[in-house]
Design a protein around this ligand. Structure first.
Ligand SMILES: NC(=O)C1=CN([C@@H]2O[C@H](COP(=O)(O)OP(=O)(O)OC[C@H]3O[C@@H](n4cnc5c(N)ncnc54)[C@H](OP(=O)(O)O)[C@@H]3O)[C@@H](O)[C@H]2O)C=CC1
Ligand SMILES: N[C@@H](CC(=O)OP(=O)(O)O)C(=O)O
Length: 491
């Protein structure tokens, strides 16, 4: 985040209205306007599906677990209430009212009240820094060990890292000595989060899994493995059901070691609205996506300034193929069939249920991606057009409502790092924007805008996702929370 972003965040954090939840769906318009710093004159001209743009640009970049569902700085969709023209219904919240109060501060993890010790591999990198920032205030996880390259090992974290976050290095890790990424250096940990460079992630993560550690990885190495789930936590956390099959591949079978991967950051951002659309309207047939990807996606020091300033680079190696393939694994299901397999000792053939990722096979989905690097520091913007299988397709307004109402299981279940709103739907024609929207909810949700008719496919829209938060570290952390709640992590 740039210094100007940091300054904006600092000044506006104090202007954020007091804590509130969105359990009240019927609000007086003037009251609503007041809460969002909107002049009452703007709100009193209520019309169907009007948009209110707040002048408050509150976007917190701090890691806090004390603030349930912050009001969005920009847009709330409002419709007239038939009962009274002075009443409005918050479309964003009426359908996604949480089943229980948001648990961030209070919820214990199921096994005990003791913190779960975790390690961070690649702790000095762009994603590693985001992990440490988010984990500093985590209600369940306590950072116990940090790993990076042999260049950093042996140094205090503060001396090894080139810290680029807008908040200071968390006190708890400043003086921690960075270790080499070997399982014996992480013996106290139950979980390791990996922000390792893909050149080294494969071998290192494999060693940690073999040592019976639960590995939640951001690297691409295992995403295509047929026994490793590729999970976007706001879409397909149920793919964790493949883990016992992954563990059974080892002899003896692993008791607590496994690898779960995140998706590519651009894939993550746009599959969240795609999943919401499929949930509401059935399968998609075609998707076209053009990305505008931030520089931080390339890690540190990343793209040379002389290449990216005053420029757009219409190529990111391997990115288009990743988006096109990963989308199918994530949006597809898991099929189970009985197969004959050789027993672990090689002595007999036994019948066994085998799970396979179906790659959306029942409804073939064609995806075409075009990827560009743009001079933005954080936040990937993506322009997406979709065609539905169902005819006639839903209208843009139906799509907007479905997106706003989308409540992923991780959120309903109470994963502490899940956003209160998975998808914020903007009405203004010029949102979302990286500078304004990337840190809403600490970057844990996505922002969608410009939902409109597509003259070639059916509907098109723009989505913005914070590539380092929901595109990387936040997703890993929610995946781990979900795995803890589902007893997939052995505590
Ligand atoms: N940035 C993003 O938006 C996203 C990144 N990813 C993926 O996450 C991973 C991390 O990305 P990012 O943080 O951007 O990358 P960085 O280049 O910023 O960080 C890489 C990390 O890997 C460590 N490392 C390098 N070589 C070794 C080694 N031989 N042994 C142990 N550790 C090593 C580095 O340690 P040291 O400082 O000591 O060199 C550093 O901590 C990558 O796989 C990337 O593809 C995924 C989604 C989004
Ligand atoms: N390639 C992405 C970030 C990334 O590292 O992706 P992956 O984890 O799929 O290699 C970007 O440059 O924005």
């Amino acid at each position: 985040m740039s210094m100007s972003d940091a300054a904006r965040t600092t000044t506006t954090r104090t202007r954020t209205p007091p804590k509130r939840t969105f359990s009240d769906v019927e609000l007086d318009l003037d009251q609503l306007a007041e809460s969002f710093d909107v002049p009452p004159s703007t709100s009193s001209s209520a019309s169907s599906a009007m948009a209110i743009a707040s002048s408050s640009a509150s976007a917190s970049s701090s890691s806090t677990f004390a603030s349930p569902c912050p009001p969005h700085p920009a847009t709330i969709l409002i419709t007239d209430s038939p009962a009274s023209r002075s009443k409005a219904t918050l479309l964003l919240t009426s359908k996604q009212k949480p089943k229980h109060p948001h648990p961030r501060t209070s919820m214990q993890h199921p096994s005990s009240s003791a913190p779960i010790k975790v390690g961070v591999l690649g702790a000095t990198g762009t994603v590693g820094q985001r992990f440490l920032t988010l984990l500093a205030a985590h209600p369940w996880f306590a950072v116990d060990a940090l790993g990076a390259s042999p260049r950093s090992a042996g140094k205090k974290y503060k001396d090894a890292v080139s810290w680029k976050q807008s908040t200071p290095i968390p006190q708890g890790v400043r003086d921690v000595v960075v270790r080499e990424c070997r399982p014996e250096n992480f013996a106290q940990c139950k979980i390791v989060f990996s922000g390792l460079d893909a050149d080294v992630a494969g071998e290192i993560e494999e060693a940690f899994r073999a040592a019976n550690l639960a590995v939640f990885s951001n690297a691409k190495n295992f995403r295509r493995d047929p026994h490793v789930p590729l999970i976007v936590p706001l879409v397909n956390p149920h793919h964790l059901s493949i883990i016992p099959q992954q563990q059974a591949l080892f002899s003896p079978a692993l008791t607590s070691g496994f690898i779960v991967t995140n998706a590519n950051c651009s894939t993550t951002g746009y599959v969240i609205p795609l999943a919401a659309m499929e949930k509401a309207f059935g399968p998609l047939e075609c998707v076209m996506v053009t990305t505008l990807q931030a520089i931080s996606g390339a890690g540190y020091p990343g793209v040379p300034s002389l290449d990216i300033l005053d420029n757009v680079i219409p190529y990111i190696s391997g990115e288009e193929e990743k988006i096109e393939w990963e989308t199918l694994k994530i949006l597809g299901g898991i099929s189970t069939k009985e197969s004959e397999v050789t027993s672990a000792d090689g002595q007999q053939v036994v019948k066994k249920e085998v799970k396979t990722f179906d790659m959306h096979a029942a409804h073939p989905l064609r995806v075409s991606a075009s990827c560009n690097r743009v001079p933005v520091i954080d936040g990937h913007t993506e322009c997406v057009s979709v065609r539905f299988a169902r005819r006639p397709p839903p209208s843009p307004q139906q799509v907007r409502e479905a997106l706003a109402a989308y409540t992923p299981e991780a959120q309903a279940l109470g994963c502490p790092s899940a956003p209160c709103r998975a998808i914020v739907v903007h009405e203004e024609p010029d949102r979302p924007q990286p500078r304004l929207d990337r840190y809403y909810q600490d970057g844990a949700g996505v922002s969608v805008g410009r939902v409109r008719q597509c003259q070639v496919l059916d509907v098109k829209f723009v989505v913005l996702a914070n590539n380092v938060s929901i595109g990387a570290a936040t997703s890993s952390i929610i995946n781990a929370e979900y795995a803890v709640l589902k007893n997939v992590v052995q505590l």
